[in-house]
Ligand binder design. Sequence first.
Ligand code: HDE
Length: 736
Amino acid sequence: MNKDETPQDKNQIPRSYPVDENSKKRQLDSFSGDPRDQFYTTDQGLRITDTDNSLTVGDRGPTLLEDFHFREKMMHLDHESIPERVVHARGTGVHGYFQPYNDSFKEYTKAKFLTDPSTKTPVFVRFSTVVGSRGSADTVRDVRGFATKFYTSEGNYDLVANNMPPFFIQDAIKFPDLVHSIKPEPHNEMPQASAAHDNFWDFASLVPESTHMLMWVLSDRAIPRSFRMMEGFGVHTFRFINEAGKGRFVKLHWRPMLGVKSLVWDEAQKLAGKDPDYLRRDLWDAIEAGNYPEFELGVQIIEEEDEHAFAFDLLDATKLVPEELVPITPIGKMVLNRNPDNFFAETEQVAFHPGNLVPGIDVTNDPLLQGRLFSYLDTQLNRFNSSNFVEVPINRPVVPVHNINGAGFMRHTVSKGRVNYTPNSLGGGCPMMAPENMGGYVHYTERVEGHKIRKRSESFNDHYSQATLFWNSMTEVEKKHIVSALHFELGKVETKAVRERMVGNLAHVDLELAALTAEGIGVEAPTGSVAETVKNTVSALKEKLSTKKMVDESPAVSQEKGKKKTVSTLKVAILADKGVDEKQVTQLKEALKAQGVEAKIISKFLGTIKGSHGGELEADKSHITAASVLFDAVLVPDGKGCVELLKKQGDALHFLNETFKHCKTIGALGEGIALLQASDLKGVEYAQPASSGVSTSKGVVTAGSEADLTTFAEAFLTSLSEYRHWEREEKEMIPA
Ligand code: HDE
């Protein structure tokens, strides 16, 4: 320390430090603007002079209990956590708004936020994984939660959705069993954030209603590339009610404007180590960069008269309504444009509840949904240890709240007046009941009668048709991924009987699926009379259902078939070292940026890279901090010196091999082609390095040193828009 410096100066940030203006602004937003207000204070507002040293007797003596600042600071840390969510513990939140396209949905619902195109309704969305703890990795194989709180002018509406349309179970009473079976086993708390263990598959194999959902969980939908690139589904059938009181069944869907994209399994597993915050960071960075994720809300509408028209029950949450039977009509768009200011205050404390409804939207008798209506408030009482969690800013509606709910832990609102009951005369009868035509919520009038029984409806009995529908709708590549997911998940199951039982269930979905699965997990495939019996049962069921609306295939459930060829916000790594053609790199970066693609320069070390034209580039990441799995594609630019150096770097060669293994786009120019040749890209054809040719082969785009850069960039972007080049998977010989 400079001897002129006082201890006080030690706490100041040196003025000469470059400060990130954005983060400084965000920090200072909470201060009044008066420079004297920038002091650190206690919770009581007392300014303090030192937060680095406890109050002690002499500089080597014991700490004094009277140090109120120390005690307060430590007390806060000791109590900083609240119980994590029992499911969906790991999540990330974001602010935005929703706006309907027009007022056409007035015909179906009186919900103002869905029918007034002039209103932007603020929203808060929390994306999550389901099984893992708060500190688990983002890219695990799991369902993703997609919960949206709409702060509407009629009160808060919560759409608490998932990224898959069916659910594992039909009745909420099975939820505790499902959650226990999939969470880490109780004796040793393993495995973390994974269904790949005996308990889960034991349960799943004994609960055939889970089979349809399992197909989704085994598919690439369970390893999304980004929260910005996955769909959302309300799962249950809800009800829309219009001004005239007419009700209709609805299914709600979120569609990402960037299309649906997924990781591959090897990539997902590696990412869990390289960057456990991968999806969280992706969302945060996109929003900071102004690339606001957008989702379209769509609705399937089913007339009440058609309640029993389908080969499945609309109240059965293990089923979807194929889009081929009931198309999705877009209703409006959600734009997510602001990161939270504080993770704990907003993302951790947000409390969703499927029972937060507004006029025009109601629940149905789906027994899974009915159970959720109890669980959310109940679990939130546990999380917050108080019924006043609705008063936390992120949970508060934007409209005034008047009721008699008072007192309790951490009550924030200072209610006025003496009256806290209704009816009353002393308070002038306030708060009063709202008539329906003034926004009062009226539950949909539905006639219900029956005996008090514990019995599943027979219309819930078909557990396999939609699993088969899903399987039939997959491309060959998607089928292959499902089979290898089964090999992984069931391969981790030690109890052979469980593996066998699961193969028995899969036989009802598809005999080939069962056989392919059995092959990888050391059990017998159903053959001969067993297979014959299964076949007969399946066709008898089909026959029985054939008078109802059904389809055998639904291309809409295949993410490959519905692939949207977008490149916006994808990330490209440029491998560079001394001697790189820096002019070419700059031009390429510009060409990619023009299409919304972000390129980063990766080199052996951080720092300046001298180019072949005498210019310089700055490395964004070193090999030790980067990895191919963090990017969607890789480029090797021209430059003999650079390529000679890269050829000697195992990291660079591994980068290419791994990108190839994961079927992502690879590009190389001029001398750069030699690096591709030095790596292990099987069966690829290249452009001649000294030519003017451009070649695309299995998603590997190469251009000779005389080629036109714009033509190369176009070919590279076209390949990138394909996203994955699955033909490479045919050769399972890639050593990465
Ligand atoms: Fe949830 N679920 N769930 N769930 N769920 C919770 O509520 C529950 C279900 C979903 O980001 C919990 O506050 C039951 C379906 C999301 O904060 C809990 C049943 C769907 C989130 C709970 C279901 C969901 C939750 C845990 C079967 C898709 C995270 C913490 C009857 C439509 C919300 C909490 C967030 C969270 C119960 C089934 C979606 C325990 C009993 C189906 C996205 O209350």
